[in-house]
Design a protein around this ligand. Structure first.
Ligand code: UDP
Length: 328
């Protein structure tokens, strides 16, 4: 049984990982400044309100809870915001990790599971994307995540830490019992936005681009259920605890759905059509981003179990209906 300090554990992926940790008997200690996370999503262990950029906040948490390992989710993730405020992203996403690594060194804790992203690849040369693809991130967000990966490699080389960088494709869905789910503000992601428009909570959805070189002209993404992602974090932590020094793995499903296919799945699941307006392409959107899963299968025994698109939408819909007060 491990005690795990979960930075950003009040957020979307972090809270689902906490649930999975607790389900197998580990203790997640959430450290979060609640700038975008939610106290009501912290249900499986203590919540420390603190800032990842504060050495003293971190030192206090390490001294009080003596964690065996660390997981990091405490980052700014909204790609458009990063383009407008790069310094804020670099301070939090990179500066925050540097401060965290100092605290880990002082506390003598080595295992770190870091949430990275397929945005580190930018426009890939080949899809599905393998981990050997060149990293050429095209957003501030992707560059901050890539910078941390490089830093972690340097520290792992001299034995300062043992780390896993998990490159998520499109995290989606919610806890199947509806108790936690995706609650971003502003919400920019496709599935919650499609459900919102379908449920007439807000206006029409904006569909960004129908002129891509794909089967129906809309972008193709690899949607992976957040509970499958959570399982991969547990597997990565176990490997690090057992002495593995470095894991870099894509987490997706290996196949993609187009924006229009997601809207068809929304209609199958909810019985509702998503009203939408076609808009121009969104800056920085690649046509197709899907994961090659071979490496994650090998190193983490990763097998998505809940990630077919209809199951993802069933779980997302159950959660959103509750939060939007929809009874049907
Ligand atoms: N998308 C869209 N309308 C929205 C949100 C997203 O058309 O309101 C499209 C977006 O352009 C991309 C896909 O849906 O092609 C997935 O976008 P999302 O923001 O969910 O994830 P990303 O792949 O950008 O991380």
């Amino acid at each position: 049984m491990n005690t795990v300090l979960v930075l950003g554990g009040a957020g979307y992926v972090g809270s689902h990982v906490c649930k999975a940790l607790a389900a197998r008997g580990d203790t997640p200690v959430v450290f979060d400044n609640l700038s975008s996370g939610h106290a009501h999503a912290v249900k499986w262990g203590p919540l420390v309100r603190g800032d990842i950029r504060s050495s003293s906040d971190l030192d206090c948490a390490f001294a009080k809870y003596r964690p065996d390992g660390v997981m990091h989710f405490a980052a700014n993730i909204e790609v458009g915001e990063g383009e407008k405020e790069p310094l804020r992203f670099w301070e939090n996403n990179v500066g925050g990790v540097i401060t965290l690594l100092g605290a880990m060194a002082r506390a003598g804790v080595k295992p770190l599971v870091f949430s990275s992203t397929c945005a580190v690849y930018g426009e890939p040369n080949l899809v599905p994307i393998t981990e050997t693809e060149t990293c050429k991130p095209v957003s501030v967000y992707g560059r901050t995540k890539r910078a941390v990966e490089i830093l972690l490699t340097d520290l792992a080389r001299i034995g300062e830490i043992r780390y896993a960088a998990l490159r998520y494709f499109n995290a989606a869905g919610a806890s199947p019992n509806g108790e936690i789910g995706e609650e971003h503000d502003p919400e920019t992601h496709l599935i919650p936005n499609a459900l919102k428009a379908a449920a007439s909570v807000g206006g029409k959805m904006k569909l960004f681009g129908t002129d891509y070189d794909t089967r129906d002209g809309t972008c193709i993404r690899d949607y992976v259920h957040v509970m499958d992602l959570a399982d991969a974090h547990l597997a990565a932590l176990d490997k690090l605890m057992a002495g593995e020094r470095e894991i870099i793995a894509n987490l997706g499903t290996g196949h993609g759905a187009s924006v229009l296919e997601v809207l068809q799945a929304v209609e199958r699941v909810t019985g509702l059509k998503t009203p939408y307006d076609v808009r121009p392409r969104r800056d920085g959107d690649a046509a197709v981003l899907t994961a090659d899963l071979e490496h994650a299968r090998r190193v983490l025994d990763f097998k998505p179990k809940m990630s077919d698109i209809d199951s993802i939408i069933v779980d997302a819909w159950r959660f959103h209906k509750k939060t939007w007060g929809i009874s049907r």
